[in-house]
Every structure is written in structure tokens, then in C-alpha cells.
Write a protein that binds this ligand. Structure first.
Ligand code: FAD
Length: 392
């Protein structure tokens, strides 16, 4: 992080940044490169983050957490990616922690939050997407039927991240079928699933273009106790909307971290690689794309920070939503541009796995699609902010 940006942070925030920077010596680019080759989950990194108190960061103090807000959480994710790593496990852990701290019942929080804060329990998975529903999440068909103090859940989910590496998952299911619901946004409920102790989950890995631990899940005979319902039955979509803003802002932070990493790599390479007897970075055809990406990264970073500040200050969801969506849009466009610029600057060397560019390039592509495609972010800005007619 540049000196000027660091100066704007308070002492706690600077400590968080330097703690994550300190991890880079142990979990540097070669660590992430090895995981990528083996297709493994960053177990050691996640455990170390737990030991350093980073799992506790967004959890309220009364449940053993550190009680920090979205600004601090977003700095953590940004710094992990800016060091060449991948913050995805903590992306899941943080926004789901914000969700349950805001919407779950008191007894639920007392039962699970201390374990999440200490790093003993991982809550890193949200199971929403289904093959036939896609972006239209109100169309999910997975059903939950209440019987004898339990919900019996049956259905099919796809692209569910980290399910084999989490203790707890939040699962979305319909307690009222779409055809019987008063509105399409009603009748969805959220359940906390204790993954390792549960029967009825048939989990199959989906191979993707980067190291993602993503799964297809066939659910049949999964039983969840009534007390693991999050909030009120049928109101799950409201809770999902309530956590979209933090999720967008956290995602933007990972993209800003990626963009910083690509820019720093591009500058270093352009300053050393000599062709036609001069450094390639002295050619404007090489300089300008790097400078252009840097300017966009700074703009995205400012919007992300304002959005996080508004959320932490308790602004209403709709006002935060405008900046949260814009920050996700700008930051993921910027990190993808930065990835392509780095590929160009490195020439053939960008494709050599030892230089890490191609790994981060593959990772950066995801954020234009998931957790929400750019088109749907633009649709939100067009329709909910600018008042244009709805397309869906
Ligand atoms: C690696 C990975 C990890 C994931 N992890 C999770 C997870 O942990 N949990 C989970 O629940 N989901 C997860 N997902 C799913 C992800 O959230 C979805 O892929 C994403 O929401 C898009 O849905 P879809 O792929 O079905 O695309 P679709 O909804 O089929 O859309 C396809 C394309 O059509 C466009 N489109 C659709 N409708 C419109 C419209 N009205 N206007 C304009 N354009 C439109 C979209 O922009 C998109 O480009 C993951 C996906 C991946 C790839």
C-alpha cells in the first residue's frame, strides 16, 4: 500500500494492513502457486489467519469477536490479493459473518459466533445457485419441509464454493413453492447446515479454470433442526438482499488488491526488461496502459472506501447499494484490465507459470461473472438508481 493511502488509515487499520503484509513472507507467491498446481485449499493460511485473530475481525465483541466493520474487513481482503494471494475463503467467512450477526436469533449467535471468532469453526459457504435458476435466484426449487421440529431438505445446487472445507454453510431453500408465494421474493428461507455432521449431501467437485474448490451438490434427506433456521421462515430473500452490499464491497476490495498486484508486477517488469537497447517501460505503448489502469484503480478504491464507510455508519441499504454496486463494477473491470495489461507487458513470459501472471489472470476473470455478472450490476444501476424500466 502506498504511503499516502496508508496515512489515511487509523492506527488499528494500519496494524491490520501490516499484519497481512507480514504474512507474505510465509504465504508468498510460491505458496499460492503450489496450491494452484495441486488444486488444494489454503488450509495452513486459513489456520494462521485464525491464530492471528482475523476470523474474529467482523464478529461483535459480545460474542468474542473484535467488532470491526466493513472497512477493516475490506482492507484484509485487499491486502491478501495485493500480495499475490487469494482471499476467497475470507470473502465467504466475512460476508456470512455480517449476515448472521445482523439477522440470526440471539440463541443462534450465542451458539456459533464464539467458535467462528476463535477460528475453531469455519463458515465459508453460501449455497444459493441452482442449475435452472442461475442469476434469477427467486426461481430456486430446493425445498425445505417442516416436520417434527426439523426441516427436511431436498434439491440440487451448483457452483457452491468451499463446501468440503467449511464446518458451517448457509443454505437457501423454498419453504413455500414459488407458485404459492404471495410475491416471488417471499417463501425462501435460510438454514445453517453443520456440513460435516449432516447426512443427505452428495458433493461433487467441479473443475474450473482456476483453483476454486467449487461443487455441485445433490441434496436428498438432509435434516436441519428448527433452531438452525436463520431469522424468520420465508424471509430469507430479505436477508440475502441485506448482505449483498457488504458482499459487493468485499469483492471490490479483492479486485482492487488484484489490480494493485498486476500494476506493481507490470511496473517492475517494464523497468527491467530491455528490448531494442531500452527498457520496455520507456515506450509509451507500454507505459500508458499501466498508467490508465492505475488511475482507474485509484477511482475504484475511493468508491469502495466511501461505500464501506456508509455501511459502517449505518446508512440505509438503498443508499449504500448505489456505491456498493458501482465499486464492484469498477473494481472488477479494473482488475481484469490490469490482468490483461500485465499479460501484454510480460510478453511471452506472462504465460510462463513461474511468473504467476497467468495464475492471477485466471483468478481475476471470475469477478466479472460471480458472485454477480456485470450485466446485472448495470441493470441495478440503470433500473434502481437511474429509474429506467425493469428488464426482469
Ligand atoms: C467459481 C465459482 C464459484 C461460485 N461460488 C458460488 C457459491 O459459493 N455459492 C453460490 O450460490 N453460487 C456460486 N457461484 C455461482 C455464481 O454466483 C453464478 O455463476 C452467477 O450468479 C451467475 O449465474 P449463472 O452462472 O447461472 O449465469 P446466468 O444467470 O445463466 O447468466 C448468464 C449470462 O447472461 C447474462 N444475463 C442473464 N440475465 C440477464 C438480464 N436480465 N440482462 C442482461 N444480461 C443477463 C448474465 O449477465 C450472464 O453473463 C459460483 C460461480 C463460480 C463460477
Amino acid at each position: 500500500m502506498s504511503g499516502a493511502r496508508r496515512e489515511r488509515l487509523n492506527d488499528d487499520q494500519r496494524l491490520i494492513v501490516s499484519t497481512i503484509e507480514g504474512l507474505a513472507s510465509k504465504f508468498g507467491e510460491s505458496y499460492w502457486h503450489r496450491l494452484d498446481k495441486e488444486g488444494n485449499y489454503p488450509d495452513e493460511f486459513v489456520a494462521e489467519m485464525g491464530r492471528l485473530g482475523m476470523a474474529a475481525l467482523p464478529i461483535p465483541k459480545e460474542y468474542g469477536g473484535a467488532g470491526y466493520g466493513l472497512r477493516e474487513a475490506s482492507l484484509v481482503l485487499e491486502e491478501i490479493n495485493a500480495a499475490g494471494g487469494n482471499a476467497q475463503p475470507f470473502h465467504g467467512q466475512y460476508y456470512l459473518s455480517f449476515m448472521v450477526a445482523r439477522f440470526a436469533s440471539e440463541s443462534w449467535k450465542e451458539r456459533y459466533l464464539p467458535g467462528l471468532a476463535s477460528g475453531k469453526l469455519r463458515l465459508q459457504t453460501f449455497a444459493l445457485t441452482e442449475p435452472e435458476a442461475g442469476s434469477e435466484s427467486t426461481k430456486i426449487k430446493t425445498s425445505a419441509v417442516k416436520k417434527n421440529g426439523k426441516y427436511l431438505i431436498r434439491g440440487h445446487k451448483i457452483f457452491i464454493s468451499r463446501l468440503e472445507h467449511t464446518d458451517l454453510a448457509v443454505l437457501a431453500a423454498r419453504t413455500t413453492p414459488l407458485k404459492d408465494a404471495a410475491r416471488k421474493t417471499e417463501g425462501i428461507s435460510l438454514f445453517l447446515v453443520e456440513v460435516k455432521a449432516s447426512k443427505g449431501l452428495d458433493i461433487r467437485k467441479i473443475e474450473t479454470m482456476f483453483n476454486s474448490q467449487t461443487y455441485e451438490v445433490f441434496i436428498d434427506g438432509l435434516e436441519v433442526p428448527e433452531e438452525n433456521l436463520i431469522g424468520e421462515e420465508g424471509q430469507g430473500f430479505r436477508y440475502i438482499l441485506g448482505v449483498l452490499n457488504p458482499e459487493r464491497i468485499l469483492l471490490a476490495s479483492e479486485c482492487i488488491g488484484d489490480a494493485r498486484w498486476f500494476i506493481q508486477k507490470s511496473v517492475a517488469y517494464a523497468n527491467t526488461r530491455v528490448v531494442f537497447d531500452r527498457k520496455i517501460g520507456s515506450n509509451q505503448g507500454v507505459q500508458f496502459p499501466i498508467a490508465d489502469t492505475y488511475a482507474k484503480m485509484i477511482a475504484a478504491e475511493k468508491v469502495r472506501w466511501s461505500a464501506a464507510e456508509m455501511y459502517d455508519d449505518g446508512a440505509e441499504d438503498k443508499s449504500v447499494g448505489e456505491l456498493a454496486n458501482i465499486s464492484k463494477y469498477l473494481a472488477s473491470e479494473c482488475s481484469w484490465q490490469a490482468a490483461n495489461v500485465a499479460m501484454d507487458v510480460y510478453g511471452g513470459s506472462g504465460l510462463a507459470t513461474a511468473n504467476h501472471i497467468e495464475r492471477k489472470f485466471r483468478e481475476a476473470r471470475l469477478y466479472r461473472v460471480a458472485p454477480v455478472p456485470q450485466n446485472l450490476v448495470l441493470a441495478y444501476i440503470a433500473q434502481s438508481v437511474l429509474g429506467l424500466p425493469r428488464s426482469y
